[in-house]
Write a protein that binds this ligand. Structure first.
Ligand code: GLP
Length: 241
């Protein structure tokens, strides 16, 4: 299974072998992998070598350790392309997962200063503040706080935002979503975020802000969201000019 004559380090070969087993579904998400002792016997290497392979995979997010229990296979990260302007509901369904939401807040509020600027609203304008936990197959993936102008969507209600907001905008309101500018930044989960997202305290979080507009240039949403860094990676193709 591992080639001791190979120039590839043994810990690396073990990592590749375990990853292959995960890809082949021999080990599935949530499965406990064999103990260090068992793996060192299987691969006929020292426990130190096995530990190095496992630690690397824990750091990569492929495996996770639970104190006193063992080491387990993590859920696969979602590879999110940075190019397309998709909705959460579309992102999940294109991967064969079911999107759902839990509404934490749905309120009409005077628009906060930074939101008014981004949505090009006048000082007294009102916005809906919509805070949702977004789930994929019932597992929490992100907390999203969305601000949208009341004047543009006067009929918006709680039932609508339990489903897809983009679907409502495009299908019910017949508006054309055009583009967005997006910013991604690394943060650490605070207590509330870690409990809502069901991750250990101080886990890594990807903070994403999206400012979106219709094809005619009218800004329609400002979204501040916290995505689980253990479940997401962003990918893009880049070209040398
Ligand atoms: C993504 C974006 C949000 C957008 C949301 C709409 O999650 N990051 O900016 O508001 O999709 O999703 P849905 O149509 O499922 O409500």
């Amino acid at each position: 299974m591992i080639d001791k004559q190979s120039p590839l380090p043994m810990y690396y070969q073990i990592e590749e072998d375990i990853k292959q087993r995960i890809a082949d579904d021999d080990y599935r998400a949530g499965d406990m992998i064999p103990s260090e002792r068992e793996l060192s016997e299987t691969y006929d290497v020292s426990r130190m070598t096995v530990r190095q392979a496992i630690t690397n995979m824990v750091n990569e997010g492929v495996l996770y350790r639970e104190k006193g229990r063992g080491t387990f296979v993590a859920d696969k990260k979602i590879e999110q392309p940075l190019q397309g302007m998709t909705s959460f509901t579309e992102d999940m369904s294109s991967r064969g997962m079911e999107a759902s939401s839990r509404l934490l807040q749905f309120e009409r509020i005077p628009s906060p200063f930074d939101v008014s600027r981004k949505l090009q609203l006048h000082e007294e304008a009102e916005v809906y503040k919509i805070q949702r936990i977004r789930y994929a197959d019932e597992k929490p993936m992100a907390i999203e706080t969305t601000f949208i102008p009341v004047s543009m969507f006067p009929g918006l209600d709680e039932r609508i935002v339990q489903g897809s907001l983009y679907d409502y905008i495009e299908k019910s309101k017949q508006l054309k979503i055009g583009k967005a500018s997006q910013m991604i930044e690394a943060t650490i989960a605070d207590e509330q975020q870690s409990s809502l997202l069901d991750v250990p305290a101080a886990s890594a979080i990807l903070h994403i802000e999206r400012n979106s507009s219709l094809t005619d240039g009218t800004p329609f949403e400002v979204v501040k969201s916290s995505y689980r860094a253990d479940r997401y990676k962003f990918i893009s193709d880049i070209y040398r000019a």
